[in-house]
Design a binder for this molecule. Structure first.
Ligand SMILES: Nc1ncnc2c1ncn2[C@@H]1O[C@H](COP(=O)(O)OP(=O)(O)OP(=O)(O)O)[C@@H](O)[C@H]1O
Ligand SMILES: [Mg+2]
Length: 254
């Protein structure tokens, strides 16, 4: 088939959810979080997930990262069914392919910013881990804060360290949980640009949980999670939108 300028670029599916169900049980009470969720996300797409507090957005990211197991249904990442992987294999998958920006950062308090960012590379046995971490921290404007521990950094600075840590190993999938939550407008805007710049450079698939409608609107798709269901799934999976690069430039430190 001949591609024309108007033809959508068909990308492989990075994430596929089928009949995904999740509930939590506490004592005798059962909280239904996800009910039969189906979703396809094409490689390189930016997908925003919004929804009320408690609707299950963070839980959905935990399922995508293999940090939570579904009650039913499947999570496929790059064609790999997470249910077939044991704990070690899931840890390897996260180390190699997934970057996560947690809602509450989860930086290691005893490590400097530099060591927090270098850690994923060191775990993967990369010899240039510290040099690469330093380069990325400089890129996010923290070249003067390399040796600060998390408690010696502002909230926005910790957020930038968390983003650098999530991206330093060039994951194919980036999961970001409210990365601009609790930040002032100016810092939030800086973080937004930074996240999109780094995502564009790496060509990663982005699943972004956010309450910030402007942030969400810059994604290829905006999904709403409520009553355990995702709504607003268009455009069709497999179509790379205008924000995403069909080719990757890999401007992150090699
Ligand atoms: N480990 C757990 N055990 C029991 N219930 C849980 C657990 N984790 C989350 N929940 C409950 O599951 C529901 C979904 O939680 P989740 O953190 O995914 O919501 P959220 O959409 O991310 O909310 P927010 O916007 O406030 O971050 C909530 O009602 C929460 O209380
Ligand atoms: Mg949450």
């Amino acid at each position: 088939m001949t591609m024309t300028a108007a033809s959508p670029v068909t990308a492989p599916t990075a994430i596929a959810l089928r009949g995904l169900c999740l509930h939590y049980t506490l004592g005798t009470s059962r909280i239904e979080v996800l009910r039969q969720v189906d979703l396809d996300i094409a490689a390189g797409q930016r997908v925003a997930v919004a929804g009320p507090s408690g609707s299950g957005k963070s839980s959905l990211l935990l399922l995508l990262a293999g940090l939570e197991r579904p009650a039913a249904g499947s999570v496929m990442l790059d064609g790999l069914d997470l249910a077939t992987l044991d704990r070690d294999a899931l840890a390897d998958l996260r180390r190699d392919r997934i970057g996560i920006v947690f809602q509450s950062f989860h930086l290691l308090p005893s490590l400097s910013a530099l060591d927090n960012v270098a850690l994923p590379l060191q775990m993967a046995g990369k010899r240039q881990a510290v040099a690469q971490a330093r380069e990325l921290l400089q890129k996010v404007g923290l070249g003067e804060r390399l040796h600060h521990h998390p408690s010696q950094l502002s909230g926005g600075e910790q957020q930038r360290v968390a983003i650098a840590r999530a991206l330093v190993h060039r994951p194919r999938v980036l999961l970001a949980d409210e990365p601009t939550g609790n930040l002032d407008d100016h810092t939030g805007a800086l973080i937004r640009e930074l996240l999109f710049d780094l995502q564009r450079d790496s060509g990663a698939t982005l699943v972004l949980v956010t309450h910030d409608l402007d942030f969400a609107a810059r994604c290829d798709r905006v999904l709403q999670l409520h009553d355990g269901q995702l709504h607003g799934k268009s455009p069709a999976a497999g179509t790379v939108g205008p924000h995403t690069a069909a080719t990757t430039t890999h401007a992150l430190p090699a």
